[in-house]
Design a protein around this ligand. Structure first.
Ligand SMILES: Nc1ncnc2c1ncn2[C@@H]1O[C@H](COP(=O)(O)OP(=O)(O)O)[C@@H](O)[C@H]1O
Ligand SMILES: [Mg+2]
Length: 362
């Protein structure tokens, strides 16, 4: 039986869909990046910020998002030339519109009407992966480390997996599989780079790092940014675009500098905050996944800042860097159906390991 994973992250660059199977090692059979219609993307961006009359916007947006996910599933099945009845389940992350794991009443909200998705696809959907971990006192994030452990851990190798989406997160895989796997969100991944290139050039992202490659790192600006308390905060910790966005950047008065120098500094900020999170672990190998692998300036910064280890993309391990996160949510659906726990308490801070997810049946 096949499993489908659907992931749309904080970057809102599109919906990642994968068709997988988990017989022996996880296998990627087929993948699709399905676009958001521009009106839906605007609605989602609006819901990511506090505003007026949010419920009237939320309801229809959940329906439209489910229809968009279902269209992505149809495209995936067509490309793979298989029918819905050979798919055991869809693991659907949903779209995070708010992530506040640290208040007196912590919560994380992923939207998308999963009943509609199950109905349209005629496939069981497993969703709502984060809230049980939060109920047990965890951050509800990151959830990919259990999958990273299942796929990438190797005896006698001290490895880290670094996922650079809108936000970046790390998973530290010890050489001894009896030792706990740790991990957390390091802070911004591509989010601030996307925000600044949009602000300056109305482009959604800095394609192949061409904007940042025209600039120089501004050391004082970099130190001021690195002084943000999130970077020094001990794990468990997680964050989102409600924190690292243009409103975070503007108080540093970036307009004082050459725009490309600001972009270059934001790129170094991502690399430096990741490297600082890894230094103490005496790693041998760092494998990167997520959209950040396509920014050569960012990848070169990471390699420079981590001279003690090899830095490469997860492609080197035979798992395409663009699809690791969607595969993780397909795996979480598999884990739900096999009653395998999906959170790592050492990572999220939850008081116990739990089977994650809620089923929505057609
Ligand atoms: N060719 C590229 N050059 C530079 N950056 C890229 C490229 N392709 C993707 N990215 C970056 O990756 C981001 C998407 O990464 P992704 O892992 O999908 O993040 P998320 O999980 O937040 O959706 C884009 O917003 C962009 O910043
Ligand atoms: Mg994405």
């Amino acid at each position: 039986m096949y499993y489908i994973g659907i992931m749309s992250g904080t970057s809102l660059d599109g919906i990642d869909l994968v068709l997988t199977c988990f017989n022996d090692q996880p296998k990627l059979i087929c993948s699709v990046l399905h676009p958001f219609p521009s009106t839906l993307k605007q609605q989602l961006l609006q819901l990511c910020q506090p505003g007026n009359n949010e419920i009237e916007l939320l309801g229809p947006t959940e329906q439209q998002l489910a229809q968009c996910y279902a269209a992505g599933v149809a495209a995936l099945l067509k490309q793979a030339n298989i029918t819905a009845n050979s798919v055991a389940a869809i693991g659907c992350h949903g779209q995070t519109i708010r992530h506040r794991p640290d208040g007196q009443y912590p919560f994380s909200l992923q939207i998308g009407d999963m009943h509609t998705l199950a109905m349209l696809c005629q496939i069981p959907v497993i969703a709502d992966f984060r809230r049980k971990d939060i109920a047990y006192g965890g951050q509800g994030a990151p959830l990919v480390p259990a999958f990273h452990r299942a796929v990438f851990q190797q005896a006698a190798s001290r490895r880290a997996i670094v996922n650079i989406g809108g936000i970046a997160n790390v998973t530290l895989l010890p050489a001894d599989s009896d030792r706990p796997v740790t991990g957390f969100d390091t802070g911004p991944g591509n989010a601030l780079l996307d925000n600044w290139v949009m602000h300056c050039h109305a482009k959604p992202y800095d394609e192949n790092g061409s904007f940042c490659s025209q600039g120089q790192v501004l050391p004082k600006l970099l130190s001021a940014m690195l002084a943000d308390p999130y970077f020094a905060k001990p794990a468990p910790k997680s964050t989102g675009r409600e924190y690292f966005n243009l409103n975070w950047l503007l108080p540093f008065r970036p307009e004082r500098f050459k725009a490309a120098d600001v972009q270059r500094t934001l790129c170094r900020l991502t690399a430096q905050s990741i490297a600082d999170s890894l230094h103490s672990s005496r790693l041998q190998q760092v494998y990167v996944c997520g959209g950040g692998v396509h920014n050569p300036v960012l990848m070169a910064d990471l390699a420079t800042l981590l001279p003690e280890c090899t830095v490469s993309s997860t492609d080197a391990l035979g798992v395409d860097a663009d699809w690791v996160e969607a595969m993780a949510f397909a795996w979480l659906a598999w884990a739900y159906q096999h009653q395998v726990t999906g959170n790592l308490p050492e990572v999220t801070g939850a008081s116990k390991a739990c089977v994650l997810g809620v089923p929505y049946l057609p």
